[in-house]
Every structure is written in structure tokens, then in C-alpha cells.
Write a protein that binds this ligand. Structure first.
Ligand SMILES: [Zn+2]
Ligand SMILES: [Zn+2]
Ligand SMILES: [Zn+2]
Length: 461
């Protein structure tokens, strides 16, 4: 339990507490004014300032007690109390709104008069003075402490001035009407009073409904898209974070509960990884304010997959490329192209596929492993290529030159030199080259990097 002194020494808390006390004072004055005037508008305004007691209480909790760290009995903090309070408070205010709305309809029919009174004008004038001042103080504190709760209150009390002004106007009009002609006042004073009351009811019902909605959302653990987006952005910006995998975030009262899973490089020591997690935690707290943050650290998926694949020792597998790791809703998908000996039997290849699959799953248990098989390109038969190319060339009066095959990291490139008649146009020559490419694609279904180079044949015309 903190002492009152440390409690009050926090500027945010001090501003919020004074605002709460001001709301209590204004409510008491309003009820007094209502008893004097029997004005429905003043009654509605009393209800409104009563709601403001709730609003300022929530703010006070938000800036002080709500950020109280979790203890043994409340491992998830004390934020839910705020949501429950908000729910009951807003329910009360909506019921009050309905009753006053009903009363104002009735008074419009019955033309129940009110008694305009100078006291009501003075009360409202005091309320305006208080609202303008606390709105300014809240605004200053909100900017200084970057507090949304204080900022919202600052705007609220500024707009309250409009309500208070309308009640003053009502009282002045009432007093004037009373002076001029009682009949006119009876007729129109009650109507005006009811209409202003009705407007005030709508004003505070909207505020009450907003509090109710956030309270329910928080009680239902609804995640906030906006919160998740902010957490994602700030987490990504922390040095050492390779990826942000999963974020669970919800607000309970003024407390946010955030769980985030980050991917870091495998090469880090435990101390280094822990350091990054700490940095993520403090960055999130800086961004979202009072919160409970849990950071799970995982070695980056790709590194884990690559390690798993490196441990596969199967002579039939000559290369794995196009490795893609997708994190879908159904789990991690690991897809790859696997180059295998083209002379191997499918049944043997299947064993190799199973081996790769199980190694990946040892590392990532629920991974879906998608393997696209490609036959080894070294098994290519140059004579066969030459025959296929020759068949095309001879149609156009050309001939085949050198055929070169280059291997690099399991990827092969083939260069075919063809000589075509000198009289042939470039367009025609390109067509021939394209035809040769497609013929080779027919013989070797795997996409080689095939380059067909065309030279003019000096032996022909
Ligand atoms: Zn208000
Ligand atoms: Zn491939
Ligand atoms: Zn081309």
C-alpha cells in the first residue's frame, strides 16, 4: 500500500483526483439547484455530472491504481475492477437517461413549470469556471505524460461548458418571461426546459454508451486491432528481432496484456536472446503504457529448417532449392524443390522424401512439408540434345555447333550454338531459337537454363 504522500506526489494522479473532487462538488451544487428550481434540465445536468464522477473515477484509476502491478492474488493485475465499475456505472446512467427522457416527454404534454432561480445561474457559472480550468490542467498533464485517459477527459469537460451555458440561458429566459408575462412562461418555459433536458440526456447517454462498450469489450477480452498494430510496429523496430510471429493483446481497464513471440537469429547466446526480449518488453511498455508483457523468443524458422535439411544425408538427394517457409493459419508450410538422381526408382525417392519430412518435423512439429521433385540434370544426354536440336535446325537449313553445360550448386545451364543461313532475318532466327528451346523442354521436362545462340553460317548463302 502506497502512502498518501507518494500517491499525491504523482502529477497525473493529482490532476485526476482534483478533477474527481470537482465533479463531486458540481454534482452536489446541481442537486441543490434542482431542488430550488424543479427544472428538468437542471435534474438532467445533475445526472450528467453524476456520470462525470464515474468518468473521473475511471480516469483516476487508469492513471494510478489500474497500473498497480499484479500481486499474488491477482496475477493478471487489477484492471478488471475498472471494467466492471465502468459497466455498472454506465448501466445506471443509461437507466437514468431513459427515466429523464420519459419525464421530459411527460412534462412537454403536461407543461409542468419550473422556478427560474439566480442560484441555478450561479451554480452553472461556477461549474463553467471549474470545467474550463480542469480541462486546461488535464490537457497540460495529458501532453506531459502522454496519457490518453487525461486527454479524453480534457475534451469532455470542455464540451460540458456548452451544456452548462444552455442551462444558464434557460434560467435567464425563464426569469425574463416571468417578469414579462406569467402566461407566456407557463406555456413555453416548461417546453424549453423539457427540450434542454432531453438534449442533455442524449449528450450523457452517448458518453455512458461509450463507457459501456469499452467495459464490455474489456470484459470479453476483445483484442484491439489498433493495439496489435502498435505492438507489432514497435517490436519490429527493436534491434535483433528478425521476425514478429504472434501477438496476443487485450486491454483490461487501463492495463494492457500483451504476449508476443519474436524470432531471433539462432547464433545468439541465451544471454543475448534474453537481452533482446527485455528490450522488446520495455519498448512495448513505452508505447502502450501500463502493461503486462510476455515475450517468447524463438530461433528464426528458416535457420531451424536449414539446420534440419543440412542433417539429411541421403545420396539420392543432390540439391534442395526454392526453400520457402510460410506461416499460414494452418501452421508452418515448408515448401522446397528437391533435386534427386534421375535414375533412382520412385520408391527409393519416396524414402528420401520421408526422411526430409521427418527431419523438418523434428524441428517444427506441425509443419506441412511440400516437396516438388526434380530429376538430377547431370543425367542429361548430350547426344540426345544434339539430335533434337539438329532436327529443328535442318528444317531451316542450319546446323548445330557446340553444346556447353555448366553446373553450379545443383543448377545447370546449357548453351547451344546454332548456325543459320545468312539470309535469315533476325525475327526468323529468334523463332528458330525459341523452337529449339521448346524442343529441349519436351525432352527434359525440367527447366534448364537454356541459351540458344545464333550465328550466321558462313558455309551457306
Ligand atoms: Zn460531462
Ligand atoms: Zn527448381
Ligand atoms: Zn527470345
Amino acid at each position: 500500500m502506497r502512502s498518501l504522500y507518494t500517491y499525491m506526489s504523482n502529477e497525473k494522479t493529482r490532476v485526476a483526483l482534483f478533477s474527481l473532487l470537482a465533479s463531486v462538488l458540481i454534482t452536489v451544487m446541481n442537486i441543490t439547484a434542482w431542488l430550488l428550481t424543479n427544472s428538468l434540465a437542471v435534474l438532467a445536468e445533475s445526472m450528467h455530472t453524476f456520470l462525470d464522477i464515474l468518468v473521473t473515477t475511471i480516469t483516476l484509476i487508469a492513471v494510478s491504481v489500474g497500473s498497480k502491478p499484479p500481486d499474488k492474488e491477482h496475477p493478471f493485475g487489477h484492471g478488471k475492477a475498472e471494467s466492471i465499475g465502468g459497466l455498472f456505472g454506465s448501466l445506471f446512467i443509461i437507466v437514468a437517461g431513459i427515466l429523464i427522457g420519459y419525464e421530459s416527454a411527460e412534462r412537454i404534454m403536461m407543461r409542468t413549470p419550473f422556478t427560474p432561480d439566480m442560484v441555478a445561474i450561479i451554480v452553472m457559472a461556477i461549474a463553467i469556471a471549474i470545467d474550463v480550468n480542469r480541462s486546461r490542467a488535464l490537457r497540460r498533464a495529458a501532453v506531459k505524460w502522454n496519457s490518453r485517459a487525461l486527454e479524453a477527459d480534457s475534451y469532455h469537460f470542455l464540451s460540458d461548458v456548452a451544456i452548462e451555458t444552455s442551462v444558464i440561458a434557460l434560467m435567464i429566459i425563464g426569469l425574463l418571461m416571468e417578469r414579462l408575462s406569467i402566461g407566456l412562461f407557463d406555456e413555453w418555459g416548461a417546453l424549453l426546459d423539457s427540450l434542454i433536458a432531453f438534449a442533455i440526456v442524449i449528450y450523457f447517454s452517448v458518453i455512458g454508451a461509450r463507457i459501456m462498450r469499452t467495459s464490455i469489450d474489456e470484459l470479453m477480452d476483445k483484442t484491439s486491432e489498433e493495439l496489435i498494430r502498435r505492438v507489432a510496429n514497435v517490436t519490429k523496430s527493436v534491434q535483433g528481432v528478425v521476425s514478429v510471429k504472434d501477438i496476443k493483446a487485450r486491454r483490461i481497464g487501463s492495463m494492457a496484456h500483451i504476449e508476443v513471440t519474436i524470432g531471433v537469429s539462432d547464433h545468439l547466446s541465451i544471454a543475448e536472446a534474453h537481452n533482446i526480449a527485455d528490450n522488446v518488453e520495455s519498448a512495448i511498455k513505452r508505447e502502450v503504457g501500463p502493461s503486462i508483457v510476455m515475450v517468447h523468443v524463438e530461433p528464426e524458422l528458416r535457420e531451424r529448417v536449414e539446420r534440419a535439411l543440412a542433417s539429411v544425408r541421403n545420396p539420392l538427394i543432390t540439391n534442395i532449392h526454392e526453400l520457402n517457409i510460410l506461416e499460414s493459419q494452418n501452421g508452418v508450410v515448408v515448401s522446397m524443390h528437391m533435386v534427386v538422381r534421375s535414375d533412382a526408382k520412385l520408391s527409393d525417392i519416396n524414402k528420401a522424401v520421408n526422411e526430409v519430412e521427418s527431419k523438418v518435423k523434428q524441428e517444427i512439429p506441425n509443419a506441412l512439408v511440400w516437396i516438388h521433385l526434380e530429376p538430377d540434370k547431370r543425367a542429361i544426354n548430350i547426344d540426345e540434345v544434339r539430335k533434337a536440336v539438329n532436327a529443328v535446325c535442318s528444317k531451316y537449313g542450319g546446323r548445330v555447333g557446340d553444346i556447353n553445360i555448366v553446373e553450379a550448386g545443383g543448377i545447370s545451364a546449357m548453351r547451344i550454338l546454332v548456325y543459320l543461313p545468312q539470309s535469315m532475318s533476325v525475327t526468323e532466327a529468334h523463332n528458330v531459337a525459341t523452337e529449339i528451346e521448346s524442343e529441349i523442354a519436351k525432352v527434359y521436362s525440367m527447366p534448364y537454363h537454356v541459351v540458344v545462340s545464333v550465328l550466321p553460317d558462313t558455309k551457306t548463302l
